[in-house]
Design a protein around this ligand. Structure first.
Ligand code: HEM
Length: 561
């Protein structure tokens, strides 16, 4: 009702041109001069847009009083008419830009209101972002924020049928149930340890070879190979010999290359900012990334690949009537579902393909950030290595998942990495309000608003974390005055996996994998900058996740021959 009234009033304000121009020129004049009529209409539309923008904190997408539905109105930057804040957000580091914008808005008298929730416009998309743990919790936990806005690239790449983008109805609940009871259950994660260990072992051997050949290791490709193989093993039950290259490349190397190129293309398409998602009219004039064409080319390749894997599994299963054991891959698990849980082949393709996407880059890049911090902080690295050695033995076997669970300093190092460099600084994929949502601070977020949480702003807020720019794992060790923070969505001061109904279902797998890899990398090598190298560069680049702009290059000195 409030919205309707506001809409009506802004309409009356803005259309005076349409009445004034004929009055000034005479109605006959306008009818006989179509060009003049078109000009008058254009002027009326432009003035309506300008007035609506000028009267709307949050910018053009917040016209018609959308931001004033609650007792406490929303505040936020107006940005530019029509475009809002799109230019600030489409390039650079949007989490930092939004953090700065919310501080600037709060300084203008809104006293922390913009930190709690700030309205802004991405073209015609109304958006809010929270930079405070309390409001972020409300947003993430509220049932009316359980949908996600679906970008064009995600829709065209079939993700609307996958867990991450499916609307929060019965189908999505079924997928979540299957994920928690089957795909990511603690038993399944534990049963996949041998695969994780094998991938880590191959990675360490490849690192040792590169160190021996060139005296320095670019860690990222090793982590990416291990992550891809690890997720391929868990999801498709397939592993490739991708650690050797050229003539040494093993069986399936070309299939692995194909797969890598599909994953790379998908990452680019999903991570790219698509202007026409927010300015639909622009699609007629401008499409620099050719999203539609590239998606149309990629989808059949993905379908052929994933269907091939599903068919292989079907053939194998037709020869055995055994139920899948704990070590079964995701394809076998999905094929074994029955009755109401059974998925159509297209849906299986979407679910499986999404897992490959979600699971590959995140674990690799968290491990890379972690190792970069360990190179920058030799004291932290030495203390961590001492803990690993004390748990496993310096010369003995290699760390296991069970060892990792008994290493509080390692857990603290991983948490501090997630705090300093949250892989999804805006929690990657936003939420969508499906109804008007009243928050406890008196603000109301109207239906149709895209809602984000700026996790980076929260984890770098000096009011939430003391000395936020310093890398200090001790802040998570209670016996040293730190806090025992649950990073799996229970404490919004540090929720890198999100929270609420759409919290990351792969969080345990992600944490176990990163913990094991860091333990093994530190157990096997001493990591340092090569002689004369410049300091580690912590500059960021935000693609689908937050990556190091310059890949880490370090000397990995083997600890034993
Ligand atoms: C360190 C590793 C990881 C991080 C930091 C991470 C982070 C996230 C975040 C922030 C979200 C959005 C949560 C929200 O909206 O509240 C998410 C969702 C999701 N993640 Fe992860 N993730 C990781 C690993 C994984 C892995 C290994 C998988 C699967 C193989 C996975 C699968 C998913 C899926 C399917 C969703 C969508 C859930 C839904 O919308 O219902 N993630 N993740």
């Amino acid at each position: 009702m409030a919205m309707a009234t506001a809409a009506a009033s802004s309409c009356t304000d803005a259309t005076w041109w349409a009445y004034a121009v004929p009055a000034l020129l005479g109605a006959d004049t306008l009818c006989t001069h179509p060009a003049l009529l078109a000009f008058a209409l254009l002027l009326a539309t432009a003035s309506a847009a300008l007035l609506a923008w000028a009267a709307s904190p949050g910018g053009p997408a917040w016209a018609h009083g959308r931001g004033r539905l609650g007792a406490i109105p929303l505040v936020g930057p107006r940005g530019l008419p029509v475009f809002g804040s799109i230019f600030t957000l489409s390039r650079g580091l949007p989490h930092r830009a939004l953090d700065a914008m919310s501080r600037a808005t709060a300084g203008g008298g809104g006293a922390h209101r913009a930190r709690e929730l700030m309205a802004f416009s991405v073209g015609s998309t109304p958006a809010v972002v929270s930079s405070s743990p309390a409001t972020a919790r409300e947003v993430l936990a509220h049932p009316c924020f359980a949908d996600r806005p679906v970008k064009r690239s995600a829709r065209e790449l079939m993700f609307a049928r996958a867990i991450g983008f499916a609307p929060s109805g019965e189908y999505w609940r079924l997928l979540r149930r299957v994920a928690s009871t089957n795909l990511f259950s603690p038993r399944r994660v534990a049963a996949h340890e041998p695969g994780r260990q094998a991938d880590a072992g191959d990675m360490l051997a490849a690192i040792a070879a590169e160190q021996c050949a060139s005296g320095v290791v670019i860690l990222r490709p090793h982590l990416q190979n291990a992550a891809l193989n690890n997720i391929m093993g868990s999801v498709f039950g397939k592993r490739y010999d991708i650690f050797s290259s050229g003539s040494g490349a093993g069986a399936g190397a070309s299939e692995a290359e194909q797969l890598k190129s599909m994953v790379r293309e998908g990452f680019e398409l999903l991570g790219a900012f698509n202007w026409s998602d927010h300015l639909p009219w622009l699609a007629y004039f401008y499409g620099p990334s050719n999203v539609a064409r590239r998606c149309a080319e990629l989808v059949p390749r993905v379908q052929a690949f994933v269907r091939g894997v599903i068919d292989e599994h079907r053939r194998r299963r037709s020869q055995s009537s055994d139920a899948p054991d704990d070590n079964a891959d995701f394809v076998d698990v999905l094929l074994s579902l029955d009755g109401g849980e059974k998925l159509a082949d297209d849906d299986m393709v979407a679910v499986l393909w999404e897992m490959i996407f979600r699971g590959t880059d995140t674990t690799a890049l968290v491990t890379e950030w972690c190792m970069a911090e360990l190179v920058r902080h030799p004291g932290v690295q030495a203390r961590l290595r001492a803990e690993v050695d004390a748990t496993v033995g310096a010369d003995g076997g290699c760390p296991t998942d069970a060892d990792v669970a008994r290493m509080p300093y390692l857990q603290a190092v991983v948490k501090e990495t997630l705090r300093a460099h949250p892989p999804g600084p805006l929690l990657s994929w936003a939420r969508l309000a499906t109804a008007d949502v009243a928050l406890s601070n008196g603000m109301v977020v109207p239906a149709g608003t895209t809602a984000m949480v700026n996790m980076w702003a929260i984890t770098h807020d000096a009011g939430v974390w003391a000395d936020p720019d310093a890398f200090k794992p001790e802040r998570f060790i209670p016996s040293e005055g730190g806090a025992d923070v649950d990073v799996r969505g229970g404490d919004l001061r540090l929720a890198p996996f999100g929270a609420g109904r759409r919290v990351c279902p792969g969080k345990n797998l992600g944490l176990v994998t990163v913990g094991l890899w860091v333990a093994r990398l530190v157990h096997a090598f001493e990591w340092a900058l090569p002689e004369g190298a410049p300091p580690v560069c912590l500059d960021e680049v935000l693609k689908l996740s937050l990556e190091m702009k310059t890949p880490l290059a370090a000397a990995a000195v083997p600890r034993r021959a």
